[in-house]
Write a protein that binds this ligand. Structure first.
Ligand code: 1QQ
Length: 375
């Protein structure tokens, strides 16, 4: 039985012939533009990341437009940080626009549904910020260039342990979101293997605004640090209320912390926050300085990790298209799973046949209002 709202289009690769070109690699020439569909949270709770992603992708595809031979038509949909809208946007891009490849959605929470639909329709989908465990297991059409939380936390928690001499922590986690719930499971595993005791383990739900009852328990437990699994909507009031209630312990966060939005909104309360991630402006990776300069010039603000991962997505798609000089869904799917040690602004990056990304994590700490590399 076909899924309720997404069925494979009657002529999935209607423009097949036109999307197969002559030559390979840099000499590749494809006559029709390759259609790329973006599903991003441009409004709502995850817009803190979605806006940076849109700009990173725009810059990436703009630079590709200057290269000969392959043109891209980018179609952008805002999923409003809502599951229903994300599903409908994905369906439109697949069936109406007949895109060759999807990028996004912003949140794992949406991806666990929309990637199922992409898989069923046979459309390759590239996650750029979806970090939950199990994303790429959805199927062979699903890829990501976003370092999974299992890797990021496996780097950040030991680094925090070394830097702070951690023996005990309190965990505060959002149990309603797929990404934060998944990250929670990883945190428990990593803390256990590091021999760090969990002295308080408190839950809340996406949208909660008052964390005082949980924070009272955290304060009583007197941990060496607080580990947080939350989206920014909760993180900002939560960290503020923690500091107001007299909790001074350092905080360790997940992928949602890799954002200047945290620093802007938390001010002094952001100091000392530790987070593992995929990118830093201090990373001496190939092209990073040029990327930062071009982005800052164009958008009048510095890029963040979400912009960097989005920018790399354009490069990965171009690599996959040019590999066989073929802009169709099947060719992109086959070649995205064979990216080997590509030099990117995230450092050397590979994507394996399972669609999983491999790269070095970076652990950062917020000091004097700026991200600094801890490890
Ligand atoms: C996910 C995430 C979010 C924090 C991205 C904005 O990592 O949902 O997987």
């Amino acid at each position: 039985l076909a899924s309720a709202c997404v069925s494979e289009s009657d002529a999935p690769d209607a423009a097949d012939d036109k999307l197969v070109g002559k030559g390979t690699g840099d000499e590749c020439v494809i006559d029709s533009p390759v259609k790329v569909g973006l599903v991003l949270s441009l409004t709502g709770g995850a817009a803190f990341a979605g806006e940076y992603q849109q700009q990173g992708l725009e810059l990436g595809f703009e630079e590709l437009a200057a290269k000969e031979g392959v043109k891209y038509e980018v179609i952008t949909e805002d999923d409003e940080t809502t599951l229903d809208v994300s599903i409908a946007a994905t369906e439109k891009l697949i069936n109406r626009d007949k895109v060759s490849v999807l990028v996004g959605p912003t949140l794992s929470n949406q991806a666990f549904s929309t990637f199922e639909d992409a898989q069923e329709a046979g459309v390759p989908a590239l996650g750029i910020s979806t970090t939950a465990e199990g994303i790429t297991e959805i199927g062979d059409y699903i890829f990501r260039d976003s370092l999974p939380e299992t890797e990021a936390l496996a780097a950040s928690i030991p680094a925090a342990k070394d830097a702070l001499g951690l023996k005990s922590v309190a965990i505060l986690s959002d149990s309603a979101d797929e990404f934060t719930a998944s990250a929670y499971t990883t945190m428990i595993e990593v803390l256990k293997s590091e021999g760090i005791e969990v002295v308080a383990d408190e839950k809340f739900e996406t949208g909660d605004e008052d964390f005082r009852s949980q924070l009272t328990k955290v304060k009583e437990a007197n941990p060496d640090a607080v580990v947080l699994s939350a989206l920014p909507g909760a993180t900002i009031p939560l960290v503020k209320q923690a500091r107001e209630s007299g909790i001074t312990a350092p905080m360790i966060g997940g992928n949602a912390f890799n954002s200047p939005v945290m620093i802007k909104n938390l001010g002094d309360a952001a100091e000392g926050l530790i987070v593992g991630g995929a990118w830093s402006d201090a990373l001496e990776s190939q092209g990073n300085a040029e990327f930062i300069a071009a982005y800052t010039e164009k958008y009048d603000r510095a890029p963040d990790q979400f912009a960097a991962q989005a920018y790399v997505a354009a490069q990965l798609i171009d690599q996959a298209v040019r590999a066989d000089c073929d802009g169709n869904r099947e060719a992109i799917k086959d070649n995205l799973g064979q990216i080997m040690e590509l030099e990117t602004i995230l450092g050397p990056l590979s994507i394996d046949e399972e669609g999983e990304v491999h790269q070095e994590p970076v652990v950062q700490i917020i000091k004097d209002g700026k991200f600094e590399i801890l490890k």
